[in-house]
Design a binder for this molecule. Structure first.
Ligand code: SF4
Length: 355
């Protein structure tokens, strides 16, 4: 459930049956890093992404073979499929004919005739076009006028491209303005949100490996979502895209926007802790990975702050010397041994989520 908050009003677009914008829940997206021509590996990764919480997936289309492969990929997944294309409008047209639900292009690098051909195909098949502005691909004249890839430059490029698509009659449009610089990205989306009511796809580009990506995305995407800006998000991680899901859903959970999956609260430990809390938390995270039910679970090192924190959780344990107090919905249930913590929690969680 999405918590009440003042969200920017946007138009609704439809990636297949999935609504984006128009008040729909924020959609979590990712992108495969397999060779799209390798249908088997790509479908396998899409399946993994879906299991981890991905709701729409994008595949790179570097050539005609990849554009054709999308037809087979589309048959083997029910996730909305988006083709990511640069420079060559023929690839975009082929991807649309292959049955994708959306395409991501930077219209500025396709040429007017190319865009006209893409829009014709997209309109016939109700395909969403994302105008994907990136700080690395802003047009040279705009960069010169704006003094580099500033927020204003990203917005100017997006507005020009939007005008182009609107003039050709395309209505299913979403927009992204990604920068690797977090303050620039935030400013660009804020400015764009004030100028248009098309849905916005949020992301920090080239965010780095896991920790950096989590920090930059939590600040960039999280700040905007907190202000009510953004309709769909993608966290970029250098590495396995499945890792993006934990961060993306963690951001949505932390802001009480979409509560899906276990929210594990644990203390940093200190000299009072007499249980092996890091090991226990890691074990619990592993055993609960892939679960969709929202539950606040507290694992606290001692009884100083532990009971207080655990009492605010759906279920929790506050540790002692080799033992712990099990709390459920604010009430002490019983004392348990450290070696039984994980199995006890899992048993109780199963009981709570099935009742
Ligand atoms: Fe230390 Fe206890 Fe607080 Fe954990 S809950 S940080 S062990 S005082």
């Amino acid at each position: 459930m999405e918590q009440d908050r003042k969200r920017r009003q946007t138009k609704a677009v439809f990636l297949g049956g999935l609504q984006i914008g128009g008040g729909a829940p924020i959609v979590v997206q990712s992108m495969t890093n397999t060779d799209t021509r390798d249908v088997r590996s790509t479908v396998a990764q899409i399946r993994e992404l879906k299991e981890a919480g991905c709701e729409a997936v994008r595949c790179a289309v570097p050539d005609q073979e990849a554009a054709l492969a999308l037809a087979e990929i589309k048959k083997r997944t029910d996730l909305p499929l988006i083709a990511d294309i640069h420079f060559d409008p023929r690839l975009a047209c082929q991807a649309i004919r292959s049955g994708v639900d959306g395409i991501r292009i930077n219209p500025g690098n396709m040429g007017t005739d190319g865009i006209r051909a893409i829009v014709k195909e997209a309109r016939q098949r109700q395909v969403v076009i994302r105008i994907g502005i990136n700080s690395g691909s802003v047009e040279a004249d705009i960069l010169k006028r704006q003094g580099g890839p500033t927020a204003a430059a990203l917005v100017e490029s997006a507005i020009n491209n939007l005008q182009l698509l609107e003039d050709l009659g395309q209505q299913q449009i979403k927009i992204s303005l990604k920068s690797s610089d977090v303050p620039t990205m935030i400013a660009a989306y804020r400015q764009m949100a004030a100028k248009t009511d098309y849905p916005l796809h949020l992301g920090v580009t080239e965010a780095g490996t896991l920790v950096n990506a989590a920090i930059k995305s939590a600040i960039g995407i999280g700040s905007l979502l907190y202000e009510g800006i953004g309709d769909t998000i993608r966290v970029s991680v250098t590495g396995n895209p499945v890792d993006e899901m934990g961060i993306a859903w963690g951001i949505l959970r932390a802001l009480n926007i979409r509560k899906i999956g276990p929210d594990i609260i644990s203390c940093p430990t200190c000299g009072r802790c007499e249980i092996d809390l890091p090991r226990l938390v890691a074990a619990l995270e592993e055993r609960l990975s892939g679960r969709n039910e929202y539950l606040k679970i507290a694992l606290m090192g001692c009884v100083v702050n532990g009971p207080g924190e655990a009492a605010h959780a759906d279920i929790g344990i506050a540790g002692g010397r080799g033992v712990g107090m099990l709390f459920k919905q604010g009430k002490v249930i019983r004392k348990i041994r450290e070696e039984d913590f994980i199995e006890t929690l899992l048993y109780e969680i199963e009981d709570m989520t099935n009742s």
